[in-house]
Design a protein around this ligand. Sequence first.
Ligand code: SF4
Ligand code: SF4
Length: 355
Amino acid sequence: MQQPDRDEILKFISDLGFVAGGVAPAIATVYESEYLSWLAEGQHGQMNYLERHIDVRMDPRVLLPGAKSIICVADRHAQHSRLKQSDEPLESPQGRRGKVARYAQGKDYHKIIKRRLFRLVDWLKENFVEAEFKVCVDTAPLLEREHAQRAGLGSVGKNTLLLRPGEGSYLLLGAVVTTLEIEPTKFEPEDPCGSCTRCIDACPTEAIKPWSVDASRCISYLTIEHRSSIEESFYAPMGDWIFGCDVCQEVCPHNQPTRRSSHLASYADYEPVNRDFDLLEVLGWDALDRQKAFKSSSMKRARLDMMRRNAVILAGNEANAQPALVDRVTVIANDSKEDVLVREAARNTIERCGW
Ligand code: SF4
Ligand code: SF4
C-alpha cells in the first residue's frame, strides 16, 4: 500500500486550526501497572467506566485491530492574554457566582474536535480506501495524553496534564487511531517541571502527588463526576468552583502570560459562553433551565441535582453570605420534596456555617 505523507497530514491538521499535531506509533501503554494500582486504590472514585475495557485502554490495537499509528491533535481553549481577567473575584450586582473550569466555558469540545477529525479522515480515505480509522475525543477508552506526548505534542507535568513548555496546558486533545503506517513525529521526552511543586502546593484538596492525581479528591471529579453526597471535608476547599477546577493550571509557570504566549490564539469556537453562574439562580433551576444553560456545552455530565448540590456548598463558602442565599439554602434544607442530594448538602451547610 502507498505510504501516507506525514508532513502533508500535519499541514492538513494545522489548516484545520489545531495548535499542534503529531503521529505516534500505535503501541501499548507503558503505564499499565500504575493504572491498575490507581484503580485498585479507588482513586477513580465513582468513575466505574474506567474499570471497563481495560484491555482496550491499555492497547490501541485492541480498540482498532491492525492499528499502526495514532494521529494526535490539540486545540488551545484559553487565550493567555485573557487569563488574568478570568481570575477576577466573581461578585456581581446580582450576587455570588460559581466558577466553571476554562475547558468547559465554550461550546462542546467533543463536537468541535470530532467535526474536524472526520474531515481529516475523509481526506485520508480519498487516497487510502482500505485503511480503517477510529476517531477518539475523550469518550473512547484511549490514553490520549500518553499517546499525545509520544507524538511530540508536549510533555506531561506533575499535575498529570499535557503541557507545551512556554505555551501552557490549556489544551484539549483528540486522536485518530488508524491502520495506516505513518512515520512517527519526533518524540523527545523531557521533564517540564524540574524542582517546581506549585501545583502540588496549591491544590486545595491535596490530590496531587508528582505525576499522579487522586481523582476521588479532585474538585473536578467531585463537582462533575461524583453522583452522590460530597464529603464535608471537601466543602471549604471547593472555594467557588461550581464545575471543575483550574487551580493546578492557574499556578503553573507554563500558563503565566508572557509576551510570546499572550499572542497565541485559542480556537474561536471556544469563546467563553458559561464563565460562571449566579448561585441563587442555579438553586432555582429546573430541568429546563439547566438544559438551556448547558445548550451546546460539554457541561451535560453534571446533573441538575449535582449542580444545585454544588451551588449549596459554594453558598456556605462565602464569609458573609447574602441573606437571600441563606434563606434559599434554609428553605431547601427543610423541604421534604427537595432532591435528597441537595437537601443533605443544605443541612450540612447550615450546620457548618451556623446559619
Ligand atoms: S483540578 Fe483542582 S482539585 Fe483537581 S488536582 Fe487540580 S488543583 Fe487539585
Ligand atoms: S506547576 Fe510546576 S510542577 Fe506543576 S505541572 Fe506546572 S511546572 Fe510542573
